[in-house]
Design a protein around this ligand. Sequence first.
Ligand SMILES: O=P(O)(O)OC[C@H]1O[C@](O)(CO)[C@@H](O)[C@@H]1O
Length: 319
Amino acid sequence: MKPDLYLADLEAKPAALDALAASLETGDPFGELGDGVRRVVFLGMGSSRYAARVAALRLRSAGLDAVAEYASATAGYPPGRDTLVVAISATGGSRETLDALARHTGASQVLALTNTPGSPVTRHAGLVVDMAAGEERGGVACRTFQHTLALLLALESRLTGVKADVPGLLRRTALATADLLDRRAEWLPEALRLLDGPHGVYTLAPVERLSSAEQSALMVREGPRRPATACETGDWSHVDVYLAKTLDYRAVLFPGSRYDEQAMEWLRLRGSTVLAVGADVPGAHAIRYRGDDDPGVALLTETLVTELVAAHWWTAQGS
Ligand SMILES: O=P(O)(O)OC[C@H]1O[C@](O)(CO)[C@@H](O)[C@@H]1O
């Protein structure tokens, strides 16, 4: 893995998003999906599972039976003809995802979502959808994570029959992403200072965008190898509040939970440092960007803040 190439991967996000938007305008990659899907089972690991969990929640809230499983789980839904298994793997080779998929081969409908055409995950798939994120030369899943989220929104539209302008959302996300990149000299030095504590970085997001907190924490661990933990904002007051008392607590808050204020009451009381991404929150430092009041744009854009922080720390310390 290489920090300078990771940074270049992040800088290439707007162009990749625009290209994905253009390709979705010309055709539905999920158009060939069979009918009669009663249950959707997403399989993946790491950032692929983070994106899947958000997609599964969205499908459940639309009334569909959907779950995102750890591909490493021994127990899971049994295979069935009316089950659509969505195996997500950017590399197409994660062992756990391939093992979980084997249980469904020949018995469930299989859709493979991958950035590596021809990879093992595509072998027994009835339909293969390309993430079209381009090569991630830094060796870290960042654009693939973003494209996975976007393509799962398109899948949601196909499965629910509710029309969604995913290309339009992608173009707005490209603008939001370019805005953060172009103005980074204004906000990044302060973000680096605020998050540079002795005890790591703690990220909070509402369950509907939990992927943002999880991916952010992963980037801080995977690149600069610093401690980082993600927490759902409401759950934070039950499981992580304790650390704010004893640690030099540096938090990134992705606002939007109805329990933001509950968490902030504790964080203010403890004198913690909070960086809010995408909204002004009393007691927190804020980073705003173009279109941040649109939850879809936020879902697809906001990790860039912590990804750039991680890239900078990683570069500063060398590989
Ligand atoms: O999507 P894939 O290629 O299966 O990878 C899953 C996870 O494993 C990693 O490749 C790290 O091993 C992450 O980048 C990713 O989140």
